[in-house]
Write a protein that binds this ligand. Structure first.
Ligand SMILES: [Fe+2]
Length: 219
């Protein structure tokens, strides 16, 4: 490690809070779509696909760039935690796949029975996701701060960002920056490349507000 500045893993809490908010709001959004309203169902199904893609990208970055470093640098005591984190990612992937299938069926038919199928799939996902995010925060964040440099930690975020097309950045950052306190806002600002942050910190909140109006059917 050449960079001696330590990682500051509080940024992970901002990302997790975004996932908590978006996934826990999703059953209400689905319930709010009237049977037969295919246009509204497609908007909500697209949103679910987007937040699922973000979660895949987040977990993919951790699997590629985080767990292997912690395993190598803090072998004592990390085995159980890292096994749990990897198992959780697999379980959440399976449950996300079930949500994706149910959302595709609902998008096509937009009927009450497909809507119920999607609600069931979401209710299977939400407690597993919440348990995982909380376990990761209590077990992994202190290890990140102790064993990764700031550069290495930034690479984890950039890996996740690279999975997304640039046109998705405004909505992502609108979601991420929403409701952030000043401390976490500054932290995110420092870790995102300045040329991206300058654009998305302005366009993001507008895009997210527009997105919410469409989701809620009030646009
Ligand atoms: Fe995470």
């Amino acid at each position: 490690m050449t960079d001696t500045t330590r990682a500051d893993s509080r940024e992970m809490i901002a990302v997790h809070d975004m996932f908590r908010r978006e996934f826990s709001a999703s059953p209400g959004l689905v319930e709010n779509v009237s049977p037969g309203d295919k246009e509204h169902a497609a908007v909500v199904a697209d949103h679910l696909a987007f937040v699922s893609q973000l979660l895949h990208a987040h977990h993919g970055a951790e699997d590629a760039l985080l767990w292997p470093k912690l395993e190598q640098r803090a072998p004592e005591g990390t085995g159980t935690l890292l096994t749990m984190m990897r198992d959780d990612h697999e379980e959440i992937d399976r449950r996300l796949d079930a949500v994706t299938s149910a959302a595709a069926a609902w998008r096509a038919a937009a009927d009450a029975s497909c809507r119920q199928g999607l609600l069931l799939a979401l209710h299977e996902l939400l407690p597993a996701l919440d348990r995982h995010l909380t376990a990761e925060e209590s077990g992994a964040l202190q290890l990140i701060d102790a064993h990764l440099s700031a550069d290495e930690w930034a690479q984890v975020g950039h890996h996740g960002l690279a999975e997304l097309p640039p046109e998705a950045h405004a909505l992502l950052f609108g979601m991420l920056l929403h409701d952030l306190g000043p401390e976490l806002y500054e932290l995110v600002k420092r870790t995102v490349p300045a040329d991206i942050f300058d654009v998305v910190s302005v366009a993001g909140p507008r895009e997210y507000a527009r997105h919410l109006r469409l989701l809620q059917g009030t646009a």
